[in-house]
Design a protein around this ligand. Structure first.
Ligand code: DC
Length: 218
């Protein structure tokens, strides 16, 4: 088990995929689960203040992960949950203890041999506290906004750097200050600042940590 936590745009998604591919391990993209809940709330016109209804919804979500696609109630939402608006809705529902509790077992069920790389905010602190390799990946807010900008442009989605920077700062503040599982490094996490590191450098650092702890042949 490797947990990779950190703020949005720190490169967690890409790094997680690459580390998992190198090891032949499964991936848990926990942010996708919060994005799915946020999207479902939006689609069903549920009030974002109605924590009880949203928590019930999170516990009964009809989701299918199919190859690289995600279906919600049978509808392909793969791209819809990747927009900035979906990220913001995810961050709102992620602040609700009832939602976090509803998603806990779902996330733990992802554990599978030979191993799991879990990407999120509280993988090392709350969901998999016994993991032996915990990474906390950061980067400056400016660098993260630029990365997100490039990602959106590559996908042909609309992007505005100033708006992205303030969105990232707002989302960071909400994720760090919430009472339920705030974004914080686990005490035993290895912190990696990726501001001036390439993706390969980050991946190699994590792989050598995994090798050191688990004696995995690479
Ligand atoms: O990693 P992401 O951008 O897809 O996450 C979307 C939102 O979900 C993010 O604002 C914080 C929240 N989240 C969380 O609270 N806990 C997680 N384990 C993963 C994501």
């Amino acid at each position: 088990m490797i947990t990779i936590d950190g703020p949005s745009g720190s490169g967690k998604g890409t790094v997680t995929q690459r580390v998992a591919a190198r090891l032949g391990w499964r991936v848990l993209d926990s942010g996708a689960l919060y994005r799915l809940v946020g999207h479902a709330v939006d689609r069903r016109n549920i009030d974002f203040n109605n924590e009880n209804e949203i928590s019930d919804l999170a516990a009964s979500l009809d989701v299918i992960f199919e190859d690289k696609k995600v279906l919600l109630d049978g509808v392909d939402v793969t791209d819809a949950i990747r927009t900035e608006a979906a990220g913001n809705n995810a961050s709102k529902v992620a602040a609700m203890p009832g939602v976090r509790a509803a998603l806990l077992d779902w996330q733990r069920d992802y554990v599978q041999q030979p191993g799991l790389v879990a990407d999120g905010r509280d993988m090392g602190t709350t969901v998999f506290p016994a993991a032996r390799v915990k990474i906390f990946l950061t980067a400056s807010p400016q660098e993260r906004a630029v990365r997100r900008y490039k990602q959106l442009k590559e996908k042909g989605l609309p992007a505005n750097l100033a708006a992205l920077t303030s969105d990232i700062e707002e989302r960071d503040a909400r994720d760090r200050s919430r009472a339920a599982s705030p974004l914080v490094a686990a005490e035993d996490a290895l912190e990696i600042d990726s501001t001036v590191l390439s993706i390969d450098e980050v991946v190699n650092r994590i792989l050598s940590e995994a090798q050191r702890v688990y004696a995995i042949p690479l």
